[in-house]
Design a protein around this ligand. Sequence first.
Ligand code: AHR
Length: 866
Amino acid sequence: MKKFFLPVFITTLLFVLPTEKNLYANEPDSAYLFAYGEENGSGLYFAWSIDKLQWNAIGHHHTFLRSDYGRWGSQKRMYNPYLYRAPNGEWHCTWSLNHEDGAVAHTVSSDLVYWKPQSYPVLMAGGNCLNPEIAYDPYKNGFHIIWQSDNPTEGLFKSFTNDFRHFSPATGLDKHPDNRSELTIGGAVKKGTVHRVSWKEVNRLFSSQRETAYKQLLNSERVAMNPDQFRNPITVNITPDSKEKKSISDLLIGIFYEDINYAADGGLYAELVQNRGFEYSLSDKEGNDKTWNNRYAWSSTHMDAFHIDSLSPIHPNNPHYAVLEIEHNGVALINDGFNGIPVKAGEKYDLSLFARSPEKKRGPVKVRLTGKNGEIYGETTTGRIGNKWKKMKAVITVSATAPDARIELLPQQTGRVELDMISLFPQNTFKGRKNGMRADLAQTLADLKPRFMRFPGGCVAHGDGIGNIYRWENTIGPLEARKPQRNLWGYHQSFGLGYFEYFQFCEDIGAEPIPVVAAGVPCQNSAHHGCVIGGQQGGIPMEEMDVYIQSILNLIEYANGDAKSEWGKKRAEAGHPEPFNLKYIGVGNEDLISDIFTERFRMIYDAIRKHYPEITVIGTAGPFSEGSDYTEGWKLTTELGVELVDEHYYQPPGWYLNNQDYYDRYDRTKAKVYLGEYAAHVPGRHNNLETALSEALHLINVERNGDIVEMTSYAPLLAKEGNTQWNPDLIYFNNSEVKPTVGYHVQKLFGNHAGNEYYSSLIVASDNREDIRKRIASSFVTDAETNDLIIKMVNLLPVDVSSTIDLSKMNIAQGEEANLIVMNGDLDDKSVTPAESAITVSEVLDYQLPAYSLSVIRIKRKELSE
Ligand code: AHR
């Protein structure tokens, strides 16, 4: 038997990782370094030479720096990178971004390996900045940036800067210094800059490239192993130490709700009418879908009689409405819902609409739910239409079950009839709330027993450019006065599901609400929209920041303020006089930690600290588990004393297998972690038992670090079949079914079997091979509320593992029945669900961990006095 304590994985990493030491005895003291880009803008590459004749690329197509500007995909481009070493030894890199924007990119590094977050100063608003170069001016102790422009007129320009933050206005220049060289690397001609550097610096680049390659190798490891490698049975002795215990967070499992993949309209929000306010707009899809306009999802029996107007709307925030010009009775306005309206026999549906007619003889509106062949599933008639906008309500009882009904509105009059905010809700919403949530989906979320809910994003929270930042005030109050907007995932947000509904839903499922607001900057992946100011990486102008910060303070007052306070009153008017007891607020979402971000984050943070010191602010540390935003995000939050930091990473199974000590290494004196977005991703981006078990493994490691990791949430949460922008997701659904994934069941097991005290344990295995030991993990927690002991075990081996668990010191009642829940199967199985059974407890418990499995054993403990 070989003993091992968890974690043991870092030791391997240290042995294998390359160092900066010379590989060979007679290496030179210095060399030439060539820094160059590729025509496709993929990044910065290096090659070295001793004699300037023979050049060798460092790594096979290894990128040392990539552009982070613009959207993923086509926009993150680095054209003509120019590397410059300043007299103080720092390396500056500048490059051009595209042909449209008047910005250049800049970043700086002391070692060519770690690059600071990039900035994109606008040097030529209305023009463009091509082939930028940097030159040092010793007289002014600063730098000139020199570039060419071909838009709107051709020319050469320069601007002076001391700090790469403030730049003098562009002035013309006669001659481009053109300090770039052309060299042949790997048979192709590349353009770039040549530098004389110490061999140590070249060696550092080798090391960095090898480290990246090594990490890629680890990340590419898959869970599956060849069963032939296990001729001898594997056994483990596991001994929890009743004295080695620590308190862990009781908020570990929560949910991250974002309106992505139709998670809100057509999803969790139970509204059945699509485009009820006639506010869909071509711009929601950036003009790419000509049918996505005010009439989307609507039609009429008499198309000529149906048009859209905006002359005199119910509310300026909701400017469009439908007009029917009716010559004869029988003209109907029809909505197909979100690809069909699902109805259930015997259920009641709340109809509401606004109507108005200038005619003298005005009638009611007949409303019916119909099937494909004209079957009438239910109908009702409203009161008489007025000559001013009037809200009318009725209830429809449905006689049949169908997935794809449509709603027809037939005004019982002739002449002009105007209609808006046509809405149909099942009365059977989650907890029967009006304007509420779809019952089955909401229940599926509640079943996770989430301890918190983060909303409204993700990228949706900080938006695609400043104009698209999520403004919470636009999402509260009467539905007809809410201000809809484009969803950056390429559709429409009606905001029927808004901040009031989020807070109320959190309360209904017993989850702490965690709103996330933009840190005064839009999404780091915003489109550049042909202009930088207000686009990607631009911040809310300083002169508007006071108003923006006040809006965040108003949000806290809305949640927690007295019902007589300005914003608390609005909450009370919405039906919730009691405060929502908000404790946390997220500021920023995996942003680029630029100067623009930092300045605004500090302002927001200081204001919240000053006015609401009792609220915990959650900072942000970029989109990855390493890199400059991660490093600088942590640096900033540590400097400011922010209590919680939101980390995001989507990683392959190999990362979870080989980074089990990730949080063991975290400094306990710094901020705690909110792992706000994570998931295991495999090629093809689906979830199966392999991804689910990788996530389970990670959660076991997180439980061990529950003293520093406060909360976790898988992302994204919801996805409507046929309307997904991101895979994998935790729960898929269509109009009538909810399809929890295998990963959902893992989350549910951890959510339903959480503890608040963690016990260290010793695992002694019959074979100490590394591939074996990193595939077996366990955690022991107790739950103060029930006094239960909860054992979670993951076996990622292709064979069963016989375990002997020594519970003699864990205060368990010998011979009692305990609850055993197991998920196991083939790694590529997408439909594994947990199986429950009973297990008899003994002080020395023999338990066979099935191949590829997660097991949870929940044991009632004796009362302490027993
Ligand atoms: O979870 C999907 C997206 O992933 C989120 O919107 C964003 O924060 C992250 O990049």
